[in-house]
Ligand binder design. Structure first.
Ligand SMILES: [Mg+2]
Length: 397
């Protein structure tokens, strides 16, 4: 199989292509590690070339600069891509034990948090795992499509997945692209996306929560308008930062800012106002859509008719209930583990607690309000500050 050579990255497209190629190499490494086989020597060579290529991109004001198209350039934070490649090289060359020592040296409290996780999960006969991806079991990346899962991460998660009947990764991101950035062996996880409204199950079957035709028609019109709006030169930049423009199943996301504040705050605010008036125009009685603004992303979510609750926006708790029925997670039948890193993941835990006799939680956050919210729901919860800690708990249980 072809390895990866050093490339001079000039355009954003070059960068995306290199990261996509690194997925194939990483997947081979994961397969070998999980099978207990030795690693093809071209794999570390390829990853070293990926690292050198990324590091070789010229930096300006702390950002890597690449060409966008004729005459325009964009400044990017490549921290995730560079760090994870470095860690993968270290993992493959030095072995797991030394790698874990490195993580422990790097993150204060690492050993204590990992021990806490073992205590929480040790002895539990876990039937299922439902976990968010970004910021929870995957380190944060500035862009979804280049957030290629790292080798050590896939090895640790897949090892845990083998121990439970139903391992589910549940993200609010679209299904489109999720498999392309994942390095876990095929069939290791159910991949649920769009907050659980759509799922590629372990057997490769696509499952979707039906959306009533009139609601889908409203969604299609919204997406057409969003596409038209963001084609305008003054708004095009919003498709190129952070989450960009994402059409999900039952939900669309438009970035109005990224974690580096690449957009002038006043411009970001006025773009939000433009989006609000677009949605108000399409849905004057607020029957079809709810808007959620995270400050970075604007989510426009199709409402659902919930029993006894009237119209509400679909959350990840609704996703868990749908998947429990659709995939036969059998939450009612035993213990489960729910993992997340933001307030939007809390409904997953709430849903699991209503159905499972023994739901446990590990959240990754430094936010005290979120910590208290989780602790208020169950005593069987642990909060850790870093995704790598959670991944290590799962991988070394
Ligand atoms: Mg997250």
């Amino acid at each position: 199989m072809a390895g990866i050579d050093y490339v001079e990255l000039n355009t954003l497209k070059d960068f995306y292509a290199l990261m996509a190629a690194s997925r194939e190499v990483r997947a081979r490494a994961v397969a070998a590690v999980l099978a207990g086989e030795s690693i093809d020597p071209d794999i570390p060579t390829s990853l070293a070339n990926v690292l050198a290529s990324l590091e070789g991109v010229p930096e300006e004001g702390g950002r890597k600069r690449l060409a966008l198209d004729r005459g325009r350039t964009i400044g990017l934070d490549m921290g995730y891509e560079i760090d994870e490649t470095r860690k993968d090289l270290f993992y493959l060359e030095e072995g797991e034990e030394t790698f874990l020592e490195m993580l422990s040296d790097y993150h204060p409290g690492f050993d204590e948090f990992v021990a806490g996780g073992r205590e929480l999960l040790g002895g539990a006969d876990l039937r299922c795992l439902v976990t968010d991806r970004d910021g929870t079991v995957n380190n944060y990346c500035a862009r979804y499509l280049t957030s290629i899962q790292s080798v050590y991460n896939a090895v640790f998660l897949s090892r845990f997945a083998r121990k439970v009947e139903s391992p589910v990764i549940l993200t609010s991101a679209p299904l489109d692209g999720l498999v392309a950035i994942s390095v876990n062996p095929e069939g290791a996880f159910h991949y649920a996306a769009s907050k659980g409204r759509e799922c590629l199950d372990r057997a490769g079957r696509l499952r979707r929560l039906a959306i009533p035709p009139e609601k889908q028609a409203a969604m299609d019109r919204l997406n057409e308008e969003l596409a038209r709006l963001t084609e305008r030169p003054e708004y095009e930049k919003f498709t190129l930062i952070g989450s960009g423009l994402q059409f999900k199943f039952g939900q669309s996301t438009v970035a109005r800012q990224d974690i580096n504040t690449s957009i002038d705050p006043a411009e970001s605010e006025s773009f939000l106002a433009v989006l609000e008036s677009l949605v108000a125009g399409l849905d004057p009685d607020a029957r079809n859509f709810r808007m959620e603004d995270t400050g970075l992303d604007v989510e426009i979510i199709l409402t659902v008719e919930a029993e006894g609750e009237g119209l509400k926006d679909f959350d990840k708790g609704d996703g868990v209930k749908f998947l429990d029925d659709e995939l036969g997670l059998n939450l009612a039948g035993g213990a489960c583990l729910v993992c997340g890193d933001t307030g939007s993941d809390v409904p997953m835990l709430e849903a699991a607690l209503t159905r499972s006799p023994d739901a446990r939680a590990i959240f990754v956050t430094r936010n005290n309000d979120l910590r208290e919210r989780v602790a208020g729901l169950t005593g069987s919860a642990l909060v850790v500050p870093e995704p790598d800690m959670l991944v290590t708990i799962l991988g070394t249980l």
